[in-house]
Ligand binder design. Sequence first.
Ligand SMILES: [Zn+2]
Length: 322
Amino acid sequence: MTSPASGDGLPDYAPIPPSARGVTPNEQGYYVGRVERNLYWVTDGVYQSAFLATPDGVVLFDTPPSIGHNLQRAIDEITAAEGVTNRVTHMVYSHHHDDHTGASSIFGSDVVRIGHEETRRLLLRDNNPARPVPDVTFADSYTLEVGGERVELSWRGPNHTPDNIYIHFPDHDTLMFIDVVNAGWVPIYNVNLSEDVPGYMAAPDIVLSFPWTHLICGHLGRLATRDDVLVHQQYIADIEASAREALASVNPVPYYVAGGENFWAGVKGHLNAVTERTAAPVIAKYTGVLAAADIAEFTYSTAFQIMQSLRLDRGPSGPVHP
Ligand SMILES: [Zn+2]
């Protein structure tokens, strides 16, 4: 492992904008808050989970290992105050990634786990006992009813992962959708470590097609608003527009000439130039607006992914030889 150098070895970054700041976790390292009625969210400041506290049992949505055993502490705190059972009876997986599901097994085997059929397939592939596969799966949509509450699960195509689902709480004015929009922050590397770039870029429109006021987005210390989704969409749209401009305006020929017989050196020179030209105006525009916009690797690698998707998914990837 490498560690950051102390003192002046660390680069200076822009201050975190006030709009990116979140709640402060307690001494135990978690914060639990009411979203609406008996729907609660839990965060350690970086990861988010949620639960419904019903008279018939608790329904837990995601189990990030970074929150881990604090999930049950948060549940105990709320259910004791509300006078309902603290027993987790159901668990929903948003997607298969370990950083959102890796504390699943601490709730034992006497829990009904629900997830997309692709989540089951991927968890079988990954074969990690910390993340038991879902017992109940669905292909397109599933209505979960527990203790008089209703949750609508739906899959609308691949985005961050092939299995990432929309979790709608129609009676709590809330949507939970993980790892696409980071409220107040830029996506981290490579469109937030996403597998399907067109799906990732299209997902916020689907998010906004649901009725909700509160979005549980999976990361950082506050819930997202519809405005957060719009700012995220504008950031991505600005990268796309900038990438189109850069692809059209950067002349590849000098880079391939400079690379000589090393064709890949030509590719590197050309695509790096396109990526730098794409990212620079976006970094300038969003520094101070979205936290960590000035961490160049994040916007740079996201710009690279989007620029490649424009070439390879949508095309054209280059001129057709005459
Ligand atoms: Zn993920």
